[in-house]
Design a protein around this ligand. Sequence first.
Ligand code: ASP
Length: 336
Amino acid sequence: MAALQRRTFFKLGLAGAALSLFRPAKAGEILSDYSSVETGETVFSPIVISTWNHGIAANAGAWEVLQNGGKSIDAVEKGVMVTESDLTNRSVGIGGMPDRDGHVTLDACIMDEKSRCGSVAFLEGIAHPISVARAVMDTTLHVMIVGAGAKKFALDRGFETIKTPIPEVKAEWKKWRKEHKDEYTKPEINHENHDTIGMLAMDKFGNISGACTTSGWAYKMHGRVGDSPIIGAGLFVDNEIGGAVATGLGEAIIRIAGSHTVVELMRQGFTPQEACKMAVDRILSKHTDLTNLQCCFLAIDKKGNVGSYSVYNGFNYALKTAKAEKMVDAEFNRSW
Ligand code: ASP
């Protein structure tokens, strides 16, 4: 071991040597790698993963922090801010789709390696809900602030505000309202328009943090809050074990405390891949009608092993390491 400590060594996981830009990966492949430097200190190779195609740009934002030796908590905040800033994104941030009454209400949460966490829900007109969640974590004794209180908190702290819905989204909503006059109390499940960004990063210290931000389900009932800002549902990190994020039908994810369940299954020794699958299986076991019930989990353990699983096909996630940048299709239980 002493000899090993005297020289830098680099150990790649199973697939590490073969990684290349945008090569399609197999869900659940092992990506952990680390180097041990002369001091004997272990330095981890950073990794960031995030949900859906918008994860590629978000990961690039996070990578700027990670590659400069920054902390995972700063990386995940910066990463998902990229998605929140994209006004063409209809499922995250102020470009997101409104609820049935035409209000864009945003949910976000963040959690670091010390299990510190912050969350905002039902927040309107603030460009970066994730940073408000971070401010809740960093500057208050609370975990979660919602609605008008969250808005006041954000404005008091100088956060940027913007009028929502933005004109393009308002036009879409008006059209929808005309076509769905009679369904006010029966929100449809719009499975095409609810792609939350959930991100998990491990920094060079081996510390894991996560962030999750969304405008939630398009045309949800006014006041509805999904899983995304709920610690344990849309996001959970336990730095001894790993982290998990969720996307999909928030109500089903909340019912099984989804992300917490995934992390607890990893604590019991299951791989991230197995844990994500078991959480999806549990959701399946609690529902008889699976129509449009899409739920997806993405997880990472302390060695940098990644797993993902969804009810239906179509879920993918973005992965970035020093050697790879790619989209990965998740495994799934059934086809649409
Ligand atoms: N989980 C989010 C929600 O229920 C939406 C999504 O990620 O698909 O609000």
